[in-house]
Design a protein around this ligand. Structure first.
Ligand code: PMP
Length: 400
């Protein structure tokens, strides 16, 4: 019955993780990792998360009943406020339909399915390059995928003219997928002025913004600054879809906690949208898991825990920024050819080095620096013990 099935290729990102694990070299470096690491190279359990978990387990009212189809309602509200701001007109006017989802990926999949069923999109425009899963998620929801240019290899910045032109040429009823902050894989975001230009053309063409917010607070350390683009679009009157993940900013990767928010014109429309989102979710997994929602809600609800979390988030983003600085200084010190200032101007977890696939192979094979062959390195994998090794590896690979 199943003999005809061909072996599927491994996921490139997961394959990098396996190759790293199997390498016994003492100087190996994991630059493929999509999760935060401490300066000791260890995963981080946030103190606020640990404390919230302790309180949840000690509470006699805690049980393991099913949540509703749309998840933990208090979590949904708190997640909405974190993203949009408590004084957001959309929040105050109750015109945001929110559901708890299985982290950011689950949110994108539900959002794409909902749009496929109810928006009749002509296509979704996705940045080139992007996080690989974006493409498959929208294809699986039967939405044709097109691309807008994003990365300018010459300037190692946003190809803003190329992007604006592509949005100008977008067919009617296009969805435009935008990374809310800390673009993956390039680490390059539009400036506030460039965001305004993007909003201008999208308003004129009546395109639907779909924000993927996987790194709020993780990019700059500020919840507000990292939500700038989303809040600006909403204040300009856009209706939009937002996928939110708590994997990175609370370190809740494996708890799979996120949310999907659909900002509508009126609260009546939001109620109807919410009712249909539940119909999309019910036959997929019935209702979401509880533990991550309880943790995130507790951290966001309790002012003391929230403060601890925010200061931890600040430290995490600062370590990444510090590693960018240290790596750049070392590249300059050892006289690496070329301009490497993009290492510090890029933000968030990743840096797009500009290394060619052959140069990346050299990084991996000769230097045991595991990374994606598109040139993406995770800054979380760099620490005070390995940055010199990484800099030497980059300099050597440039000769390929
Ligand atoms: N969007 C982007 C841009 C990401 O980088 C990620 C995580 N790598 C996600 C969404 C989803 O992550 P998760 O499902 O773990 O929340």
């Amino acid at each position: 019955k199943f003999g005809h099935i061909k072996l599927a290729p491994d996921d490139a990102i997961l394959q990098t993780a396996i190759a790293f694990r199997n390498d016994s070299h003492t100087d190996k470096v994991n630059l493929g990792v999509g999760a935060y690491r401490t300066d000791e190279g260890k995963p981080l359990l946030f103190r606020a998360v640990k404390e919230a978990e302790k309180q949840i387990l000690a509470d006699p009212a805690t049980n393991k009943e099913y949540l509703g189809i749309d998840g933990h309602l208090k979590f949904n509200k708190l997640a909405q406020e974190l993203l949009l701001g408590e004084s957001s007109s959309a929040v105050l006017e109750k015109r945001v339909a929110s559901v708890q989802t299985i982290s950011g990926t689950g949110s994108l999949r539900i959002g794409a399915e909902f749009l496929s069923m109810f928006f009749n999109p002509s296509c979704v425009l996705i940045s080139r390059p992007t996080w690989g899963n974006h493409i498959t998620i929208f294809e699986r929801a039967r939405i044709p995928v097109k691309y807008y240019p994003y990365w300018n290899p010459k300037t190692k910045g946003v190809d803003i003219e190329g992007m604006i032109n592509a949005l100008n040429d977008a067919p009617e009823k296009s969805i435009v997928l935008l990374h809310a902050c800390a673009h993956n894989p390039t680490g390059v975001d539009p400036t506030p002025d460039q965001w305004e230009r993007i909003a201008d053309v999208m308003a004129r063409k009546d395109l639907l913004p779909y924000f993927d917010s996987a790194y709020q607070g993780f990019a700059t350390g500020s919840i507000e600054r990292d939500a700038f683009a989303i809040r600006m679009f909403i204040s300009r009157g856009f209706q939009c879809v937002i996928s939110q993940s708590f994997a990175k900013n609370m370190g809740l990767y494996g708890e799979r906690i996120g949310a999907l928010h659909i900002v509508c014109r009126t609260s009546e429309i939001a109620d109807k949208v919410l009712s249909q989102l539940k119909i999309v979710i019910r036959p997929m997994y019935s209702n979401p898991p509880m533990h991550g929602a309880l943790i995130a809600a507790k951290v966001l609800e309790d002012p003391a825990l929230k403060n601890i979390w925010l200061s931890e988030l600040e430290q995490v983003s600062q370590r990444i920024i510090q590693m960018r600085r240290v790596l750049l200084e070392e590249l300059v010190r050892i006289e690496t050819p070329g301009d490497w200032t993009h290492i510090t101007s890029q933000i968030g977890m990743f840096s797009f080095t500009g290394l060619s696939p052959a140069q990346c192979e050299n990084m991996i094979k000769k230097w045991h620096c595991y990374m994606l062959t598109n040139g993406r390195i995770s800054m979380a994998g760099i620490n005070s013990r390995n940055y010199q090794h990484v800099a030497r590896a980059i300099k050597d690979s440039l000769q390929i």
